[in-house]
Design a protein around this ligand. Sequence first.
Ligand SMILES: [Zn+2]
Length: 194
Amino acid sequence: MHAASSDPVGPMTTVPPGVMQQMQEVGRDLYQLALVTSHGGNLSMRVGLDMWITGTGTMLGRLKERHISLVGPSGLHEGPPPSSDTVLHSTIYAVTGAGAVAHAHPRHAIALSFDTDLFVPGDLEGQLHLQDVPVVEAGPRQVEQIANALQSRLIVILRGHGAYARGQNLWEALHWVTALEESAHIAWLRGQRG
Ligand SMILES: [Zn+2]
């Protein structure tokens, strides 16, 4: 398979079929569930010392092989320019045992994040799966703070922006994103604003 000559990409890399399928299916779910805009969010999977990550500005609902970048341990990449969140994904892999990371923009979770430092789900599903969800302030320490929080938590909210979830695979990360948004939506319906 070759990229069309008009695509602004480097040499093609062959994405492992299992990685490609998970990225396509989870990306499509996140878009169809309105957990990202057409061009928002990003996904990555760790394979050995390498990381496969969506390219910057790619559409999660329409991922093709030419949209996935391979980032090696040195930080050099093959394929399209990797997501602007690449350093954050690398840092999460360095300090957690995660095999995959998903970033999305769950709207009720974002709305709640303006007024709280810790979101505690009131619904039973949220309590069971998530316990509580730290809210990190955007700023120069956000990469370190998000990665550190994910050592003991499954998902973290960056205030006013979105959520970062870790999992053994992307399906697990999708579970935590959808669980967070469900809990946040319920909290919003109950009138809890933090
Ligand atoms: Zn984002």
